[in-house]
Design a protein around this ligand. Sequence first.
Ligand code: PMP
Length: 361
Amino acid sequence: MNARDIPPSAADAVIRPEIAAMHAYPVADAEGFIKLDTMENPYRLSPPLREELGRRLAEIEINRYPAPSYTRLKALIAEKLGVPAGFDVVVGNGSDEIITMLTTLVARPGACIVAPAPSFAMYPLAAKIAGVRYVAVDLKPDFTLDLPAMLATIERERPALTHVCFPNNPTGNAFAVADIEAILRAAPGLVVIDEAYQPFALDTWMPRLKDYPNLVVMRTVSKLGLAGIRLGYCSGAKPWTDGLEKVRPPYNLGVLHEAAGIFALEHYEVLALQAQLLRESRADLSAGLARIAGVEQFPSRANFILVRVPDSARAIAGLKARRILVKDVGKQHPLLANCLRISVSTPEENALLLAALAASV
Ligand code: PMP
């Protein structure tokens, strides 16, 4: 029998039914589109920096495995990205992998993970893949935390892990600090604050690791301009970072990614300047959206803006016809009906988006 001829029933008997029933994570084909659907930084490194990076990468011994301690990379993350002294850093192949590692870490029989909804899609996905029960607590219609409901759920479920996305994807707002403090005090397990959008909010919980032994702060360099190298990191008290090191695949960052991460962090000021440009563009994009009749926008602390239009299917079709890709989040949660999530981009791309949206609502 040829391997291609394995009858589907044989696979059905082996593959977990909840996995068989899933769809793979959808990623839109962006060929030929202005890509405003995944919150990338639209700016590249300058040509001289790219040449220098090329020379650096050419020297790498790709015949060797990476040294799994990633010492220089972690030291640069700690130094440039504000990890408090005395706290270790764990690196992931994107923070997606850190979410998987955190979920694996707590996946004891009967464990539960709690998070607000709508929030980042990978939290429930990772829980499902790990076979961990996931309890979502709806945000209020203005997308603030429903603190009494969160606290009641934490009391009832005693979650091993609570996710708090700060600022929240896909809503763009940052939850009230006092609400998050109440969650940190009430949670019996780990609380992970996901600061993927920290470069655009500037607020951070990183210095507060000292105050909360149950806190892990997770970030990524993806939104800073390095989405292609897949580098996320987190920090927290030693039992958490030690545990994560045990579930981390030993060589999870390839040598080229490691070297590119080191190079980019050595030029961190370039990335910080690009983030500042995007914060300025966010204000311009928001002002432009406010001028389009029928578009309701929600305040954003991130590098994207969530909008509600009268008919999201019509708007998406109109934008697609004009070769612009944004994320249709309308089906993700009832609170997001007819909502689109739009990345903040260059002034030129923002202007094209605004004109296309005005013609599509
Ligand atoms: N957390 C949040 C809130 C995100 O929006 C994203 C990416 N969209 C991630 C984590 C994952 O980022 P990455 O895997 O690129 O580091």
